[in-house]
Design a protein around this ligand. Structure first.
Ligand SMILES: Nc1ncnc2c1ncn2[C@@H]1O[C@H](COP(=O)(O)OP(=O)(O)O)[C@@H](O)[C@H]1O
Ligand SMILES: [Mg+2]
Length: 439
């Protein structure tokens, strides 16, 4: 029997783990793990992958580490990343999602992205309304915290004067059917789970964590088809799309797509099984997930569904009376993905050299909107702050966040004031962070 490739799971400190070894049930060989420690960890990480003789590194790379991992992948040309670095391009920012969709002609709301503030404001003077303005950078799913609806130029200007988002990312608002959008999850380009998410009664935005609701019923075929198209364009082993349906035309539009998404363990089991099939040249069985089976699974209470593992469907063998449900509706097959290549990545629209940008622009590239944080409970305690929270601070970069985290953990600083003794963060910036901290 042919030797199986050596699998490594890719982890990052402080980042939730999508996969666990248990998702690869039955894999006969040892599964390695490699953890990236942030900061200056590239060389050590590369060496560990080499030393453990890993052939396949499986896992999602968060937005803040995307560029670093492009370099790491380049240094490990014989290691297959699942999903590939190119496939994960859309994880980095909304700008990237848009560039990806434009390159592959996927249906999206009309979207404009401006690094030049004047140009952006000029566009907003003449475009149609409502517009949805978003902060482009960073992980998505802040639950709409950085997503704003504006009804005219005055509102757009007031918003951007305050938030100072660069790039200015603005798109036509789609009149949402049922005031909701649709999440579709795919494995090997086959939809395996899909549901509507509806806005709460006082919201325009669909946010299930703030009183919105969801339904596994009646996900339209054109949403599934668009998600499959995107998954194929991304060459994604696994993929999720958020899709809006225009209530007037029923046309489907991609709002977001990525390999990073929240999924119940049984879905991650299916992904693991799919990957084992892919890597073993058929020694492992492809998971069989009937289309629309989510409508039935969705009837199980979420608390129970969350604990269910390794759900298995056998293929339907027609014998007695045709049981409609066991027959696979639609024509989607789970397939092997095409290998990615570097020119899959869309061309950048970001100004050549970020450093040449005026200082104010640079600072807002990674901006957390400086909304006032009134609620004392929502403020950070310096000693308990996570790296993820540090990375949301205005004007901070990855290396500084890591350095500050280390200093806190080592007891070198006990307050923001202490940080001023060191010279890697400007004092004005430190002062601007105070409103996010207790005390
Ligand atoms: N162009 C749009 N038209 C209508 N609604 C939108 C549009 N873009 C976003 N939304 C709504 O805002 C929600 C959050 O937007 P999204 O781009 O998914 O940001 P995030 O999930 O990162 O907060 C969506 O789920 C959808 O309900
Ligand atoms: Mg979203």
């Amino acid at each position: 029997m042919k030797k199986l490739p050596k699998i490594g799971l890719l982890y990052l400190d402080y980042v939730l783990r999508f996969f666990d070894k248990s998702n690869f049930k039955g894999w006969p060989d040892k599964i390695e793990t490699v953890t990236y420690h942030w900061g200056n960890d590239k060389a050590r990480f590369i060496n560990e992958v080499r030393r453990k003789e890993i052939d396949v590194l499986i896992g999602n790379i968060p937005a803040t580490a995307y560029e670093t991992f492009r370099e790491i992948a380049a240094a490990l040309p014989n290691v297959r990343f699942i999903p590939s670095i190119e496939t994960q391009f859309s994880n980095k920012s909304k700008e990237n999602v848009t560039l990806f969709c434009k390159k592959y002609g996927l249906s999206i709301p009309h979207t404009e992205i401006f690094y030049d503030k004047e140009e952006g404001y000029n566009y907003l003077k003449t475009c149609k309304y409502p517009q949805i303005i978003k902060r482009s950078y960073g992980p998505s799913n802040y639950g709409g915290y950085y997503v704003h609806k504006v009804d005219n130029y005055e509102e757009a200007k007031a918003l951007l004067d305050e938030k100072k988002y660069i790039p200015i990312y603005t798109q036509d608002a789609i009149p949402l059917k049922y005031k909701g959008d649709i999440r579709v999850m795919l494995i090997g380009h086959k939809p395996v789970c899909a549901f509507w998410r509806f806005a709460g009664s006082d919201q325009w935005i669909t946010n299930t964590s703030q009183g919105g609701s969801m339904s596994y019923e009646n996900v339209p075929m054109n949403a599934l088809e668009l998600a499959v198209e995107a998954s194929k364009a991304a060459k994604a082993e696994y993929w999720a799309c958020d899709i809006a349906i225009d209530e007037n035309t029923d046309k489907a539009y991609i709002l977001e797509c990525a390999t990073a998404f929240a999924a119940f363990p049984y879905i991650r089991d299916w992904i693991g099984q799919y990957i084992m099939w892919d890597l073993s040249e058929g020694r492992f069985r492809l998971p069989h997930v009937p289309l629309y089976s989510w409508e039935e699974l969705g009837k199980i209470s979420p608390s129970l569904l969350r604990t269910m593992r390794h759900i298995h469907f056998a293929k339907y063998e027609p014998s007695a009376d045709g049981a409609y449900w066991l027959e696979d509706k639609g024509n989607f097959d789970m397939e092997k993905t095409e290998p990615s290549s570097p020119d899959d990545i869309p061309e950048s629209i970001k100004p050549e050299d970020e450093d040449k940008l005026p200082e104010v622009v640079k600072e807002t590239l990674y901006v957390k909107s400086d909304v006032e944080v009134d609620d004392e409970d929502e403020k950070f305690e310096l000693k308990d702050i996570t790296l993820t929270n540090l990375l949301t601070l205005q004007g901070i970069d990855e290396d500084s966040a890591v350095k500050i985290k280390e200093m806190i953990d080592n007891g070198e600083i006990n307050s923001l004031e202490d940080l001023k003794q060191y010279d890697f963060i400007p004092e004005v910036l430190i002062d601007s962070w105070k409103k996010y901290f207790k005390g």
